[in-house]
Design a binder for this molecule. Structure first.
Ligand code: ATP
Ligand code: MG
Length: 444
């Protein structure tokens, strides 16, 4: 992509309305544009990153055997009246009437709709477990939308639902998601800690929030530092191994503020291991048994002729919020340098030719390099404008490709000035560069 032809509307200065660094960078570099309070358009740079995150989330759902579907954004109030949540959900739900005066709503979550889909097709325990997910826009009329796409009204979420014959089987499903979340966040180069959480309006009895540490986060957390050393993402997809995995985390005290108990915290965690801080909730999993299947009459035939309500769980990941969460974790705001993890970077590498008026040598060379890189599936962005060198570097540092090639007067022969952002410049040839980048990409 050529800077001169791109739709990347970069601002010279930080927009004053942005209070946290992810919001600042996203506006600064034109990843999003607000269309009304808490509602955003995603511009090419932001959209590219979000789509890459979405794809990683999708692959890790598929890897534990969840089947992808797509449910609509607009739902009928009927099913919400069946579950009893139509009144309970309150003002966060955006309610709409169609031309026949029927009550509709923009889905804030999908337990009811997916239960209705399930009950229309699945009648026997023999078809269980069923694990379904979709990735779709949600709307919640948040009282105070803020921090850009971190707490907005329309946001993009992966939500999955599990249906099982018994509590024991349902916990197996729950634990599969627990593992899949650890893997997903690791691929995004984030350390997300599972924390025992309250179940809130979704309801139920077992729940974990996945939180990444950030001073700007809105979740207060209380944890034992040693939980950061637990590594469980290699666990097998078997009942016993998955149970052990959860235990490995659960031996450490780790809760959000709704569950916080000072006495317990001080009893279970020695002073040097206590950590009270803030974080960003990027995922949330719940087990709630027959909370929805009972009022909505979603039951299956059991062996021996009896029937029982199916046991359900639900599992969310904030796909759009993750864009901001990664920036909070990776953006060096003081030096104005963003470095995206290669797994979600909008471009793998930026090419910065120093162009003098009427002299196209550097740009010609950049074009040749670009051609070779793209041929090897490396996504590039070239600054082909005649701005001065330092403003080109500034711009590319904000866009955040993790690698850079600088083409200047000194560039002769095959040796190129190449660097991984944040590291020393090296002089190596293009074949080496391609190897380094593709090796890094293959790891993800
Ligand atoms: P929060 O406590 O942040 O309000 P929640 O507990 O209401 O979130 P869930 O119902 O658990 O949210 O939704 C699943 C995921 O969707 C959350 O973990 C979060 O990453 C994301 N999410 C929820 N609300 C928003 C929002 N207003 N804007 C962006 N992402 C959101
Ligand atoms: Mg939550």
């Amino acid at each position: 992509m050529y800077i001169s032809k791109s739709f990347i509307p970069i601002l010279k200065n930080n927009p004053s309305e942005a209070k946290i660094k992810s919001h600042q960078l996203m506006l600064r570099v034109g990843m999003i544009k607000q269309s009304s309070a808490g509602i955003y358009s995603w511009l090419p740079l932001g959209f590219k990153v979000m789509k890459k995150i979405e794809q990683i989330v999708r692959e890790e759902q598929n890897n534990i055997g969840v089947q992808e579907i797509l449910m609509p954004t607009i739902q009928s109030s009927e099913i919400w009246k069946e579950s009893g949540r139509y009144e309970d959900y309150g003002e966060e739900m955006l309610r709409i009437k169609d031309r026949q005066n029927r009550e509709m709503l923009y889905g804030p979550t999908n337990e009811e709709l997916v239960t209705d889909i399930f009950r229309s097709a699945i009648k026997s325990y023999k078809s269980l477990p069923q694990l379904l997910y979709h990735i779709q826009w949600k709307f919640r009329d948040e009282i105070r939308p803020r921090f850009g796409i971190m707490r907005c009204r329309e946001f993009y979420m992966k939500d999955a639902y599990s249906f099982d014959v018994s509590d024991e089987e349902a916990l197996f499903s729950y634990n599969k998601f627990f593992l899949s979340y650890l893997k997903t966040f690791k691929r995004l180069d984030l350390t997300a800690i599972p924390m025992a959480a309250d179940t809130g309006p979704i309801g139920g009895n077992l729940s974990h929030e996945f939180v990444i540490l950030a001073e700007t986060g809105e979740s207060k957390i209380f944890t034992d530092k040693r939980i950061f050393d637990v590594n469980g993402d290699q666990t097998k997809l078997e009942k016993k191994s998955l149970e052990d995995l959860r235990k490995k985390y659960e031996i450490f005290y780790s809760v959000t503020d709704e569950k916080f108990n000072k006495e317990e915290f001080e009893k279970k965690v020695s002073e040097e291991n206590r950590l009270k801080t803030k974080g960003i909730e990027v995922g949330h999993i719940f087990y709630f048994g027959d909370k929805y299947s009972k009022p909505m009459n979603a039951s299956v035939d059991l062996p021996g002729g009896k029937k029982d309500f199916v046991k359900m769980g639900s599992y969310g990941i904030g796909v759009s919020r993750l864009v901001g969460a990664i920036i909070e974790a990776k953006y060096d705001e003081k030096n104005e340098i963003m470095k995206w993890p290669i797994s979600v970077a909008p471009y793998d590498i930026s090419i910065i030719p120093m162009i003098n008026k009427n002299d196209t040598t550097a740009l010609d060379k950049a074009n040749k390099i670009n051609f070779e890189l793209e041929k090897n599936n490396i996504d590039t962005i070239i600054d082909d404008t005649d701005e001065n060198f330092s403003s080109k570097i500034k711009k590319m540092n904000l866009i955040g490709a993790p690698y850079q090639i600088i083409i200047g007067k000194q560039t002769d022969g095959d040796l190129l000035e190449f660097k991984e952002v944040g590291k020393e410049t090296q002089k190596i040839n293009l074949t080496e560069i391609i190897k380094i980048i593709n090796k890094q990409k293959a790891k993800n």
